[in-house]
Design a protein around this ligand. Structure first.
Ligand code: G3I
Length: 375
């Protein structure tokens, strides 16, 4: 009896401390960064259609922005001349509107996932500059116009730069010329003057490519073209970029007068056959067990490196929050990440914050705690 009288205040104090700590721990990613930037996730078809209810619940609990992993790309919405499949795109936008999300449109002009017919006439020959510009304008007006006032932010041009900062010689470039980028932004601005317009690319911590994107933004601005934001995709690795590299790139972009979106964040943990933080979709390699070392779970030391890299990046994002409009993860759980199939098919990768059962991995708590560390 005496013992319990003695322990009651101690117990009370312990409960109070635990309750205070619990109250201080934000309940979700969106709450942790409320007022700083949106925290988003890319949705796949199963999530958009409601087939994957478990992931949908996570999206609603954790995120206040969404991106369409594939649903709004040209090849999906307009695969053949005159054939439009708006079903999935409409469902995606309706989900975002219903749940008051910051809705991203991805993407309008890209060299990939665009049907071959777009660049050719009925005779099979490549279009003239004027004909391709007219086709681009029609596409942008149709898609941006359809979701005017609902999609708040568009990735207007995607991956137009080579790693050395020069313009990629895509069919857009070869047929229209370098001003296809300015034209795409002009058309998007005409179609929805209030939408945030973004140029989106990967590996922007590479100094040459960073210099290229800065040249591009300055040139567009000098020509009076509306560009509001640069999307840094951040398809990253455990050791790259460093926090200093990430910070330097965000700041260098922001001083040109645009916002930065961390637009497709994930961290590859598997052995990497290439160099640099590329997301070059044309890269492919044959599968072999040596490239898939952890099919049954991530070793503890690698998990720790993943936590450390995520925490380091989010400390930078939090520090630079005045310049950042959103941080979007490229997927919800590890089960559905594109990194299980690229650049080598059939691997077991661990790039996101939720495991294959939808449970948070240790990096999740580390990210939740970053704003608290700074206070
Ligand atoms: O729709 C077909 C389906 O009918 C078919 O049965 C199946 C068989 O493989 O393929 C399906 O298409 C796949 C499509 O995703 C939809 O799931 C393609 O093969 C596959 O290549 C495609 O991959 C997408 C990739 O872009 C293509 O470029 C990834 O899901 C998507 O995450 C990825 O996203 C890109 C961003 O848009 C731009 N930045 C890089 C990022 C990662 O590559």
């Amino acid at each position: 009896m005496r013992a319990s009288c003695f322990t009651r205040p101690v117990l009370f104090a312990t409960v109070l401390i635990a309750a205070t700590a619990w109250a201080q721990q934000p309940a979700s990613l969106k709450q942790a960064y409320q007022g700083d930037f949106y925290v988003g996730a890319a949705m796949n078809a199963a999530e958009i259609t409601g087939q994957d209810q478990r992931s949908d619940a996570i999206i609603l609990e954790q995120f206040n922005s969404i991106s369409p992993e594939n649903a709004l790309k040209w090849a999906i919405v307009n695969p053949e001349p005159g054939q439009y499949n708006w079903g999935l795109a409409d469902q995606y936008v309706a989900f975002g509107v219903e749940h008051h999300m910051w809705i991203v449109g991805h993407n309008l002009v890209w060299h990939n996932q665009v049907p071959a017919w777009v660049f050719r006439g009925k005779d099979g020959k490549l279009l003239t500059r004027d004909a391709l510009l007219a086709r681009m304008k029609e596409h942008i007006f149709l898609e941006v116009g359809r979701y005017k006032g609902k999609i708040q932010s568009w990735d207007v041009v995607n991956e137009a730069l080579n790693d050395d900062g020069t313009l990629r010689h895509s069919l857009w470039y070869r047929i229209i010329g370098p001003d296809y980028i300015a034209k795409a932004f002009q058309y998007a601005h005409e179609a929805d003057p209030k939408a945030q317009l973004t140029y989106n690319d990967y590996n922007l911590t590479n100094p040459e490519k960073l210099a290229g994107v800065i040249r591009l933004v300055k040139q567009l601005k000098a020509e009076g073209v509306t560009i509001d934001c640069v999307g840094m995709q951040n398809h990253d690795h455990l050791d790259s970029p460093t926090a200093a590299e990430e910070d330097a790139a965000i700041r260098a972009i922001a001083v040109t007068g645009v916002k930065v979106a961390i637009s497709e964040l994930d961290i590859n943990v598997l052995p990497w056959p290439g160099t640099g933080n590329t997301a070059e979709v044309s890269m492919h390699m044959a599968s072999s067990p040596k490239w898939n070392p952890w099919p049954n779970g991530l070793p503890r030391d690698v998990q720790q490196k993943l936590t450390d890299q995520y925490a380091a990046l989010f400390r930078v994002f939090y520090k630079d929050r005045a310049d950042i409009s959103r941080v979007t993860f490229w997927g919800v759980t590890n089960a559905q990440s594109w990194l299980n199939n690229w650049p080598i098919p059939g691997r077991t990768n661990y790039p996101l914050l939720l495991d294959r059962e939808g449970k948070p991995v240790p990096a999740f708590a580390a990210i939740l705690n970053v704003p608290g560390e700074a206070r």
